[in-house]
Design a protein around this ligand. Structure first.
Ligand code: AMP
Length: 185
């Protein structure tokens, strides 16, 4: 079964929700760069202070900072048998760096799961969620960043991309992803 996975999708597509469920089902750690950054901010660490402005304004944290944090996380033994990355990579530079990190350990990504959701539904979901970077301006900025920087990853990962309809019942979406992954292995 495939176990080195990346979850991609626009803000509001349900990445966090699905990543938590998939990580449980597949027995692999869920690594969310957004959650890691938010934990640093909450704990007022030096890294937290460095990244707060980027999260508040919906811009990407510089690659150097993000890549170093992921590299450290992937070096931990609990990711040796697999992992589910949620929110990383966010641009082609990060994807190239990830490929490098994995190849140093003779590994590569098994699949990249794209969650697809209509634009209108996305805005409704985000406004309902109410996280503190979920104001309308910041949502719009994050969507723009997704279109400009993250969407090119879909082409970059074309050879291992698994596109899933992210609309409808939460459990149903999880089942779709698991089915699609099973068919590939
Ligand atoms: P998320 O929880 O994935 O929606 O991420 C929330 C915010 O964290 C983003 O708007 C960025 O400011 C920052 N962030 C999360 N992941 C990354 C990443 N891979 N590269 C740069 N910034 C990130």
């Amino acid at each position: 079964m495939t176990n080195r996975l990346v979850l991609v999708g626009p803000p509001g597509a349900g990445k966090g929700t699905q990543a938590a469920r998939l990580s449980e089902e597949l027995g692999i750690p869920h690594i969310s760069t957004g959650d890691l950054f938010r934990a640093h901010i909450a704990q007022e660490t030096e890294l937290g202070r460095q990244v707060k402005e980027y999260l508040d304004s919906g811009q990407l944290v510089p690659d150097e900072v993000t890549n170093a944090m992921v590299r450290e996380r992937l070096a931990s033994p609990e990711t040796a048998e697999g992992f589910l990355l949620d929110g990383f990579p966010r641009n082609v530079g990060q994807a190239e760096e990830l490929a490098k990190m994995l190849s140093e350990a003779d590994q590569e990504l098994d699949a990249v799961v794209e969650l697809k959701v209509d634009e209108e539904e996305l805005v409704q979901r985000l406004l309902a969620r109410g996280r503190n970077d979920d104001t309308e301006d910041v949502i719009r900025r994050r969507q723009q960043v997704y279109r400009d920087e993250t969407a090119p990853l879909l082409e970059y990962y074309a050879d291992r991309l698994v596109t899933i309809d992210g609309q409808g019942d939460i459990a149903e979406v999880t089942a779709r992803v698991l089915d699609a992954l099973k068919q590939r292995s």
